[in-house]
Design a protein around this ligand. Structure first.
Ligand code: ADP
Ligand code: MG
Length: 240
């Protein structure tokens, strides 16, 4: 589904991705962990060209995302992204926020956009909150609106960058529950997160990054139970 090869990214003279190879298969949930500054967000952002990679290849559903003539907006529609900050418009309701994406990106007529927005909100458990503004919603609900906004566009893969890091601990579970449902529905997901318990339970594969490289990867039982690299062990001993 997503096949990253030899990906490098430099900011000025600093190389923050130093040759990343990572394939995500259809319906797989791949979890990326690693210390702050290791390049996790940059990797995700390169996957829909919010950052322009310096070199390498990213194939998505068989097409080269880094080809000069690719219609990147058409590709971005198929690659949903959810950030740590929810980036909702405060003056619009939950429904309005989701509708805006459907109207602007998919050019849907109002009635259809409204119906699809409500369906997406129901899918994240917010069917009864569609008319609420963000400030009347908890952080967990706001993040679920952001997920609904991405899902409404019917992406083929979802990228999550620390989706629960801005949330109070008691609100994290509701967002993870939505991600668990997406996984059960067969969504392909690439997730950067520090929710190690969720990783152990839901990830098909865990990738440990440090210093712009993938140090090791494997099933959660292996990465958490028997990491082979000292750097992985050191990181896990700090966070677990
Ligand atoms: P992570 O998400 O793992 O914490 P990031 O991908 O955000 O790491 O950052 C990796 C490195 O790249 C960091 O050293 C960060 O300071 C640097 N970096 C990220 N974005 C930029 C940018 N726009 N300009 C310069 N340096 C950046
Ligand atoms: Mg980050």
């Amino acid at each position: 589904m997503l096949d990253v090869r030899g990906l490098t990214k430099r900011f000025g003279s600093t190389e923050v991705l130093k040759g990343i190879d990572l394939a995500v298969r259809p319906q797989e949930l791949v979890f990326v962990i690693g210390p702050s500054g290791s390049g996790k967000s940059t990797l995700l952002r390169c996957c829909n060209r919010l950052e322009e990679p310096t070199d390498g290849s990213i194939r998505f559903a068989g097409q080269e995302l880094l080809a000069p003539k690719v219609d990147i907006n058409a590709m971005r529609r198929r690659i949903g992204m959810v950030f740590q900050s929810f980036n909702l418009y405060p003056h619009m309701t939950a429904r309005g926020n989701v509708m805006l994406a459907l109207r602007k990106v998919l050019k849907l007529p109002r009635d259809q956009a409204r119906a699809e927005a409500d369906a997406a909100l129901a899918r994240v458990g917010l069917g009864d909150r569609a008319g609420h503004h963000p400030n009347a919603l908890s952080g967990g609900q706001q993040q679920r609106v952001a997920i609904a906004r991405a899902l409404a566009l019917k992406p083929e893969v979802m990228l999550f960058d620390e989706p629960t890091s801005a949330l109070d601990p008691e609100l994290v579970g509701s967002v993870l529950a939505v991600m668990r449902d997406l996984k059960a529905d067969g969504m392909t997901m690439l997730v950067v997160s520090h929710e190690m318990r969720f990783a152990q339970e839901a990830a098909d594969r865990v990738v440990f990054m440090d210093g712009g490289v993938i140090v090791e990867q494997g099933p959660p039982s292996q990465i958490f139970g028997a990491p082979t690299h000292e750097r992985t062990r050191a990181f896990l001993s700090r966070v677990l």
